[in-house]
Design a protein around this ligand. Sequence first.
Ligand code: LIP
Length: 255
Amino acid sequence: MLKPTLFSALQAGGKILQEYFGKSYAVSSKTTVNDLVTEVDKRSETAIMTVIREAFPDHFILSEESGEIKQDSAYKWIIDPIDGTVNYAQGIPLCCISIAVEEAGQMLMGAVYNPFLKELFFAQRGAGATLNDQKISVSSRTDFGQACLATGFPYRWTEMPNDPAETMARAVRRGLPVRRLGSAAIDLCWVACGRFDGYWEHQLNAWDSAAGFLIVEEAGGKVTDFSGNAYSPYRPPLVASNGLIHDALLEMVNG
Ligand code: LIP
């Protein structure tokens, strides 16, 4: 019952994203002027949560725009109604819906749906990862010097040692191809299917990465924090890779 509900929720949100794409709608700012929320984020969230609450009225929900709906349940749904909101608002079709289901503190399943590229990534713990029902796996690149990487930057700058600009500069100085797509969920899924060999980001929210990190792990990849410890969506720094270049990527990220 969990998986069909997850897929119905994705379809409900996807319909909203397609309906308003390129149209005019209300846009406002959250923490900083570029940390946007659109009317469409909220409509997508409502559509998704309606499906989930109809099927599982007692489940806990954590969602980007409306926060937590606390319930005494082992199950928690973690929702990003539009990941890549700035892209969406700009009419750039690199945005998606990300939904994960956690059971007793462990990620059980996750899906990321980009309705514009018609790409649905899915993973269930212990059952592998798929793209549009086809099994996927991470790349087999071992030479870090040729790795194609991705990263992202926060909308609110925080002074810190080894900040996002420094790590990016290190990669650029090494002549590494680095992409900044603007959606953590898509970045992670593209590592899972081998389009990227690695990805890192300093500051993410649980809803940005909860589904994507499970999809990378189930595709045979590795996801850790900056110290190489097991990753948790509740502790922001993230490094994801095909596993083969992970140590070299950690070394570069940490300088
Ligand atoms: C975005 C992430 C992206 C990050 C942005 C923002 P949003 O999420 O997907 O990786 O660099 O700062 O957090 O705001 O589009 O849901």
